[in-house]
Every structure is written in C-alpha cells, then in structure tokens.
Design a protein around this ligand. Structure first.
Ligand SMILES: [Zn+2]
Length: 217
C-alpha cells in the first residue's frame, strides 16, 4: 500500500485539453487506477491505493506494449541525465500580470459611431484604456538559478529519444512513491513502458521530432 495522496500522484498526468473530457481526471480501468494526458500514461494497481475513480468507456489496455526488454535505471542515473540535458533556466513568476478590466484582457472593446444621418455603427476596435495590450503590466519573472527543460531537450534511450520534461516528471513520480529505480520493460517504436515499482507503470509515447540529443543513457 502506498501512503500518498492519490491527487498528488495523478494530477501531473491528467489532460487539460477540452477535446478529451474523459482524460481530464484520473479514471479506473480493470484492476488499475489511471491518468493520461495522452503522451504519458500512468497506471497503478488498485491494491496499492486507497482511492476509486469512475470508469471510462474506452479500451486503453492496448496502450501498454507487451514486455520485450529489461533495462534498469537508478533514480540517480535518471536525475543526472535529466539535469545534464536541460538547456533552459527555471523562472518563477514573482508578480502576476495586471489585466485591463475595461476589455477583460482581450485588448478589444466595442465602439459605436452615429452618422450625421442618425445611423449607428458598431465595430470591435482597440481598447483605449490599455491601447490594445489587454494588460497594464506584464507578469514579472525571476530566474531561480536552477536549470529547466526547454521544449526540444531530449535524451536518447534504446535507439529513440524521450523529451527531458517527460523524464523529469517520471523522476518526480519515483521520488513521490519512494522508488529508487525504474525498469524499462518494453519498447515498441517510440513507445516506452517503464515499471517504477511493482504495480506502478508508466508509458511514455515519445515521438521526438528530429531528435537532437547530446546525451544517451
Ligand atoms: Zn483594455
């Protein structure tokens, strides 16, 4: 049994896309509790967590490829690879942007013009309060001095590549569940299936366009 908050475990994997409402929260499928944002799919054996989610009407069993390999990576090895492949700098927002309340941040308002013959005309034009910017001040960010993954950062694994951001998320989940190694148990094209702990598995569909990785593990 895992002594962790199910929301904390599944939240990073739920979808925020309105076109996939069934994946906007964790769900139950067979013997598993699952969550996916469609690139990463986490499934946890129901016996490990004290939680129950609604079932979905979709066959997701095929997402997990048949076991065909076994390569073990320590959490430390993965964390070092993630760190070494990051080319960005972490920034945090220290002060949020100030939205224009006249145009609700859109930068446009409706204007009205009445001609000399009494005709009224309407048009959506630039907001005069914020000059069409939508905000009075952009958000203020500060660099933390830590590294962060840029969109194209990736790591070569088994002849394909995984985006660094996905592996960073996998490390985060491993730390949360107290796992110190991950086993790559299946690879099919660009689909990776990792076992993080007995009963906890993660599939990463990592089609990296033009993989340009400097690091291979
Ligand atoms: Zn405005």
């Amino acid at each position: 049994m895992l002594d962790i908050d199910p929301d904390k475990l599944f939240d990073p994997y739920v979808s925020y896309e309105d076109c996939r409402p069934e994946f906007q929260k964790p769900f139950s499928y067979g013997d598993y509790l699952c969550a996916t944002e469609t690139h990463m799919f986490l499934r946890v054996d129901k016996s490990l967590l004290n939680a129950d989610f609604a079932t979905i009407d979709r066959d997701v069993s095929k997402i997990f490829p048949e076991a065909n390999c076994c390569v073990s990576y320590t959490l430390r090895e993965l964390e070092e690879a993630v760190d070494a492949s990051m080319t960005g700098e972490e920034e945090i927002v220290v002060s949020p942007s100030i939205e224009c309340d006249e145009c609700d941040g859109t930068g446009f308002v409706e204007w009205e013009y009445i001609s000399r013959h009494g005709h009224t005309y309407h048009d959506e034009l630039q907001c005069p309060c914020c000059d069409g910017r939508g905000t009075f001040r952009e958000k203020v960010k500060r660099k933390t001095g830590k590294k962060a993954a840029n969109d194209g950062d990736c790591i070569g694994i088994g002849g394909a590549a995984i985006y660094t951001g996905y592996l960073a998320q996998m490390c985060e989940t491993m730390r949360l569940i107290g796992s110190n190694h991950a086993e790559l148990i299946a690879m099919k094209g660009h689909i990776y299936r990792f076992r993080l702990l007995s009963g906890v598995e993660l599939v990463i569909c990592a089609t990296v366009q033009e993989p340009n990785y400097r690091l291979k593990i």
